[in-house]
Design a binder for this molecule. Structure first.
Ligand code: 6YU
Length: 502
């Protein structure tokens, strides 16, 4: 029965915790979580900057409304401000697009005028929305979101705008907005994001909100509901031996279809394993992670799906140099009107990939903190630099763009997700040539249907296995619940409907 089934959940991020929680609620008594690091939460990680809370990983509840399970849990645990829980906030639907109006600073130290900005932002947002529509309607005219947006943006700007300085500025704005989208999608370039699959991602209604006490508070509350000592920390898993290969010679043959082997040599036996480790880790370690190795189509999908890097650089200031009501400060390089694909020289120009800074609000809670966003290979390179060098480069950047040589950040904290050995990047995107089928392949349990071996030995959960909410916390949580449900119904199948034959 389910009560006696030994279930090992690998990874103590929100998907793993969610799976364990649901199984235990349904009477499974032999559930354990194995986690490589010394902490739970995975890509939900709250850090500090001078005593203030900053999110190293996930930032917002995307689409905080009733359909979002993370929102529901956060409300239940009373972790949100009243304003986010208001009916009005829940019903606002901006389709996941970034805020329209913000401050724009240029590389010659000028603040751009609203009349110059507004038309370019509008064209870009329209094209972004159009990119999402190909999933539902017609065949996409090009293969990637990047190609589509660049081609259309140039066509529209050449047709509708006079050949003047403002046009060049607007075209350079498209470059900045594309860099921002690289961060949103978690990719190096939008040229690698599949146009036809782009609309597969679904945004929920509700104006994105944050956790005043930190995202990790959600994890703490969920962990408190699990039995003590359910998690085995500091135990990186090296190999999952399934189909009993590892145990063929053991006396308990047939009793334990799966043996999980940790890097330290310890082994754990199980009837079922729920694997929640990030796609980035799977890409690097697939060859050794499963024995027998993964079926070909699963392996191909792991290799083909995208998993890129998005990092944050938090900066604290004594005094703000920005307007009090600014929410986002965009940076525009005046020479980037021709959509340069990537920076020419990584060492000197990596900082060009930093698209914008968001202002942490409210001031009473955070003081004066900016969060800089940087994605792609430049972001991965940034991770390798000493903190002083990042500080020096960002300070120079800000002085140039504000035209104020005295701007000096006090402190800096950054994320380094690409070099995190158990994540290897930030989150999943559907790369060029991929489709929902790749996510289905990734999700399919082992052994594959049709096999005579014991069913449901290895199940797959985690952010990357959700077809419409990949790259999010709510997507991850739903996949943990989904795999728990798979086991629950395996052990207590719903009674078959009796149909009367007349
Ligand atoms: C969200 C947000 N957000 C910013 C940044 C990042 C992410 N996300 P986990 O990794 O948590 O757990 C796996 C565990 O496994 C972990 O503990 C490992 O240590 C362990 N493990 C690994 N190997 C192991 C081994 N060998 N043995 C044992 N254990 C092992 N999501 O909702 N709002 O604001 C952001 C953001 C910088 C890095 C985010 C956000 C993503 C979430 O953080 C992430 O999906 C979940 O936490 C993953 O949980 P999990 O359990 O699956 O894995 C149109 C269109 C485009 C599509 N995209 C648009 C959406 C925008 C997404 N935006 C994200 C933005 C930010 C800013």
């Amino acid at each position: 029965s389910g009560a006696d089934a030994r279930v090992l959940v690998i990874g103590c991020g929100i998907s793993g915790i969610g799976a364990a929680q649901k199984l235990i609620r349904h009477g499974f008594r032999k559930v354990r979580i194995i986690e490589a690091t010394s902490r739970s939460g995975g890509r939900i990680q709250t850090g500090g900057l001078d005593g203030k809370i900053v999110e190293i990983g996930a930032n917002w509840i995307h689409g905080p409304s009733q359909e979002n399970p993370v929102f529901r849990l956060a409300c239940q645990y009373q972790l949100l401000d009243g304003e986010c829980m208001s009916e009005e906030n829940q019903s606002l639907d901006i389709g996941g697009l970034p805020p329209l109006f913000s401050t724009w600073l240029s590389s010659s130290g000028k603040k751009l005028e609203a009349e110059v900005l507004a038309p370019a932002v509008e064209v870009f947002m329209t094209l972004l929305k159009k990119s999402q529509e190909f999933y539902h309607s017609s065949r996409a005219p090009m293969s990637s979101v990047g190609e589509f947006i660049k081609t259309e943006a140039l066509r529209i700007s050449n047709k509708e705008w006079k050949d003047d300085e403002a046009k060049k500025i607007r075209q350079a704005m498209f470059s900045t907005l594309l860099k921002l989208e690289c961060g949103v999608s978690g990719t190096h370039t939008m040229d690698d994001v599949d146009l036809e699959a782009f609309g597969m991602y679904k945004s929920l209604p509700g104006l994105d909100c944050t956790f005043p006490g930190g995202y990790e508070g959600l994890i703490t509350h969920m962990m408190n509901e699990l039995p003590k000592d359910i998690v085995l920390f500091n135990k990186p898993v090296k190999c999952i031996h399934w189909n009993n290969i590892h145990n063929r010679s053991s006396s308990k043959q047939g009793l334990c279809p799966v043996t999980v082997e940790c890097v330290n040599g310890e082994t754990f036996e199980a009837d079922h394993v729920i694997l929640t480790i990030p796609l980035g880790y799977m890409k690097r370690n697939h060859a050794t992670l499963l024995n027998p190795s993964l079926p070909r189509h699963k392996l191909h999908s792991i290799q083909r799906l995208g998993f890129g890097t998005n990092n944050k650089i938090f900066l604290e200031f004594e005094q703000p140099f920005w307007d009090e009501n600014s929410e986002v400060i965009f940076l525009l390089w005046e020479d980037e009107y021709d959509f340069p694909d990537s920076v020419s020289d990584m060492k000197t120009a990596w900082i060009r990939k930093l698209s914008c800074f968001t202002v942490l609000k409210p001031v009473e809670r955070y003081g004066h903190i900016l969060c800089g966003w940087i994605a792609g290979h430049e972001s991965e390179y940034m991770e390798t630099l000493p903190e002083e060098e990042v500080m020096h480069t960002v300070t120079r950047l800000l002085r140039r763009f504000t035209g104020n040589p005295t701007v000096t950040p006090k402190k800096l904290v950054r994320s380094q997700w690409y070099h995190d050995p158990y994540t290897c990047g930030s989150y999943t995107y559907v790369s060029k040539g991929c489709s929902g089928q790749d996510i289905d392949n990734l999700t399919e349990p082992l052994p594959l249907t049709g096999s005579k071996a014991k069913p449901l030995q290895v199940l797959f959960a985690g952010e990357a296995t959700h077809k419409s909410f990949f790259s999010t916390v709510h997507g991850a949580l739903l996949t943990g619940w989904r795999e728990a449900d798979r086991l629950i119904s395996h052990y207590s199948p719903a009674p078959k409907k009796i149909t009367a034959h007349l």
